[in-house]
Design a protein around this ligand. Structure first.
Ligand code: AMP
Ligand code: MG
Length: 320
């Protein structure tokens, strides 16, 4: 039996935003567009509201959430910023960079947001709809991607509804997202004057090269320690076997092309990596919905945002 869809679709207007703010204030969930992917938002200062995110996604409780803030002031009430963190915020916010910083002891956040870690992941999103929403409310929003855990992230309101259905009471339909990949996550270690370094926890739209220009080379860290638990090998799964670096396609495969290698869906016929990032999840959703039992993907260059695309594809290809 087809699932009844009862997700309320809100327009990105004053009226829609007022309704979204009302649901959030009462501790409910609202899916919102950001410049990366659609997020499933709840007030980050309420244990019940945050528990609702984990339940709707089927997300394991050890996987902490990113908290979205309206500005640096709100961020500084939640985490300890040193000059280096402030410099990064000034350069890259609003934008797709998440900073993992020591949490303030007096931060008004539900415990589950950080999954018990002493650190907190913060981001100031650039999407005008998300910004207008954050401006209407006086609490930060915890918001992971608006999909069931391990599934492909949503870049359109329809993807949210297809994955979460009635588990998501409302979605603000703000059109397709621009970057198409989740934010870059970095952790700042200790204070710089004491020799503190930094680590890239998840590649994303802000490239390693851009970060190295500000922070210098990444410092070594214990790779085997699963510190960003969402970075487990299996993630972004389209639910079918996926073959990488394919030059040609087999009969039973849905082919995702790039550049001159055209497919059933082509990430960017011009070979543009930003366009490919923006289209990646949409192509994976199409591949998942297709009647063909397998997926093959053309090679993607490992430069700039290509690193983040290949990171997601490798995880999508991991079966267990
Ligand atoms: P998602 O919101 O689904 O895109 O995933 C958020 C990502 O941020 C996950 O991979 C988390 O593990 C990571 N994350 C959130 N908080 C922290 C933290 N305090 N330390 C390290 N990683 C974090
Ligand atoms: Mg996710």
């Amino acid at each position: 039996m087809a699932r009844k869809n009862v997700t309320e679709q809100l327009a990105p207007t004053d009226e829609g935003l007022a309704r979204a703010a009302q649901i959030l204030e009462a501790g409910g969930l609202v899916a919102v567009p950001t410049e990366t992917v659609y997020g499933l938002a709840a007030r980050a200062d309420s244990a019940e509201a945050v528990a609702g995110i984990y339940a709707a996604k089927g997300r394991p409780s050890f996987n902490p959430l990113i908290v979205h803030v309206k500005d640096l002031d709100q961020a500084e009430r939640l985490a300890l910023f040193d000059e280096r963190a402030r410099d990064l915020a000034r350069r890259f916010w609003p934008g797709p960079l998440t900073l993992v910083l020591p949490m303030r002891e007096d931060a008004k956040l539900a415990k589950a947001v950080s999954a018990g870690l002493p650190t907190i992941a913060l981001r100031n999103p650039a999407h005008p709809v998300m910004q207008a929403l954050l401006d209407r409310i006086d609490f930060p929003l915890a918001a992971p991607s608006a999909n069931r855990s391990e599934e492909v992230s949503p870049t359109r309101a329809e993807h949210v509804i297809a994955s979460l259905g009635e588990r998501c009471p409302a979605v603000i339909a703000g059109g397709p997202t621009k970057a198409g990949l989740e934010s870059t996550i970095i952790a700042l270690r200790g204070e710089r004057r004491l020799g503190g370094g930094w680590n890239l926890l998840r590649p994303g739209p802000i490239t390693r090269e851009a970060l190295e220009q500000v922070l210098g080379p990444e410092t070594s860290h214990e790779k085997d320690k699963v510190e960003a638990p969402g970075q487990t090998p299996r993630h972004y799964s389209p639910g079918k076997p996926l073959r990488l670096n394919a030059q040609e396609v087999a009969r039973d495969e849905f082919f995702i092309g790039f550049g001159e290698i055209a497919g059933d869906c082509t990430l960017s016929p011009q070979g543009d990596l930003s366009a490919a990032a923006a289209n990646l999840y949409d192509c994976l959703h199409q591949a998942a919905a297709s009647h063909r039992p397998r997926i093959a993907v053309a090679p993607i260059p490992e430069s700039g945002i290509g690193q983040a695309i290949n990171d997601r594809l490798k995880r999508a290809a991991t079966r267990s």
